[in-house]
Design a protein around this ligand. Sequence first.
Ligand SMILES: Cc1cc2nc3c(=O)[nH]c(=O)nc-3n(C[C@H](O)[C@H](O)[C@H](O)COP(=O)(O)OP(=O)(O)OC[C@H]3O[C@@H](n4cnc5c(N)ncnc54)[C@H](O)[C@@H]3O)c2cc1C
Length: 581
Amino acid sequence: MIHKHDLIIVGAGLAGLRAAVETSQYADVGVISKLFPTRSHSGAAQGGIAAALGNEEHDKVEWHVFDSVKGSDYLGDQDAIEMMCGEAPDAIYELEHLGVPFSRTKEGKIAQRQFGGHTKEVIDENGNSKRIPVLRACYSADRTGHVILHTLYEQCVKRNVRFYAEYFILSLIIDDGVCKGLTAFNLRDGEIHTFHAKAVMFGTGGYGRAYRVTSNAYANSGDGVAIAFRAGIPLEDMEFVQFHPTGLYPLGILVTEGARGEGGYLVNNDGDRFMKNYAPTVMELAPRDMVTRSIQTEINEGRGINGGDFVNLDLTHLGAAKLKERLPEITGFAKTYAGIDPVKQPIPILPTAHYSMGGIPTDLYGHVLADEKGTIVKGFYAAGECACVSVHGANRLGTNSLLDAVVHGRRTGKTLVKYLREAEFSPLPDDAEKKDREMFANLYGTSSGENADKIRLRLKEEMTNKCGVFRNEKDLNSMLDTIHELEHKFKNVHLSCKGKVFNTELMEIIELGNLLEFSDAIVTGALARQECRGAHWRTDHPKRDDVNWLKHTIAFKTEKGIELKYKPVVINKYQPQERKY
Ligand SMILES: Cc1cc2nc3c(=O)[nH]c(=O)nc-3n(C[C@H](O)[C@H](O)[C@H](O)COP(=O)(O)OP(=O)(O)OC[C@H]3O[C@@H](n4cnc5c(N)ncnc54)[C@H](O)[C@@H]3O)c2cc1C
């Protein structure tokens, strides 16, 4: 079956829905999501969304820009960061006017809390300038993503956006360098559909599911990133995967940074607030990459609780009332998943794969780029976590990614409104579904073969151990060998359930193919990058190397495997400095 819309947006998270709100007043918009829209991972975001509103204390956009540049370990493009932080206040007030129920200050303004790496400049008693934490993250208790997602969904329904919920996209249709649509299958009956559009936008989210310990939802299997890669689009900075310091032990379910923002302590087996040894000025509110490495170092050096692979996050001194008001979800998670009451006991935590800084390269307006020179792919756009603009560089600051999704969803929407005014439907190539039909026929035809679960578990286990918080050449080489071996096995994977209706085994096999596809790019980029920058930490090259590596990785899929090229970082006001907190 063929569906026709001016614009097809894939993804019903904040990026996709914000773009849908922007465009649907002017164009016929369809939104495809493999999940029911309000189950998108954006809804799991707890802590907040950054903007220098200055509601609780003096703040400036310029400080937000500086913090984001420094937080990115100087790999973020400064023009993109300036734009994101500059548009943040407007984007937040728009959300407020659309109906987002933010928490409030006593005066009724949007409330703001502290988050790692977000600072203000103060002059100390000796007349020296120093930076201390600032109240910048707008929030709605610890359900910030949830309330924004639901509000945007309501606004889309009001604007007659057509939703294709539980449709799983398979391939992009790029013909003569122009994106003309895509193919997807309906999970409800297993039928393949073609979507014909003047433009396609991806807001398909991140790829944390390549790791065993992760805060990400099952759906975060980087499908969009892998599908674009397969269609000949390069991927940018894939080696930069953020590990959040506080995943609930042992699964890695997120304990928001808001818990430290509200005053939580990290303590080791000796009862020591060990962050004093790593980031004495900002302590627990250092940026994520630093806190993560500090925790992992404590664990690796035997100071985990009872020698185990976790440390404690202590909130007991905050008191029951504050936990109930500010961190109700976390209190519930700790009770449900760890049997811990945070009012009385510390929460066991470990680093968890959390956020994908890399992704599909775009310019500031949401156009997808075909190469390191900045050539635009006509008709193809991306925003949110699947895209790399790059505003997060080597390490994202907490609360900057909901902001990225909203600001770039909105900006890409504005670009699309202009494009759609002029654009025409171009004819589809003959039998756009052929490859996908063959893939389905092959899978349904198997009577034996490799077990997908075994391939997936091995990939995730080894990615966590060999391409995680600390990396080195030997482990990364071994990881590449594993990926190539698993890719080989995957060609012979067996589909045991032959049903058509909600065949989740089929869906998981397709997701596994996607995990393998982009994991190769993560590891290849990580192996090449012989330095430490942000979330990418090479124990065998323990320094940042601006002379050789102050550049973005652009990975291309070729017949002979992955080929890496590089492009310069945009540096405007802030020259790279050593990153100390
Ligand atoms: C637990 C958790 C807490 C977080 N907390 C914060 C926070 O407090 N502040 C902050 O700034 N950031 C936070 N983040 C990060 C932030 O939530 C995400 O980066 C952001 O929400 C991503 O939005 P998105 O619109 O790009 O994608 P998502 O919200 O992940 O949505 C992706 C969409 O793509 C669709 N999709 C994917 N693949 C397919 C396919 N094959 N076919 C069809 N549809 C597909 C999905 O159905 C979904 O609708 C958190 C992340 C996690 C995991």
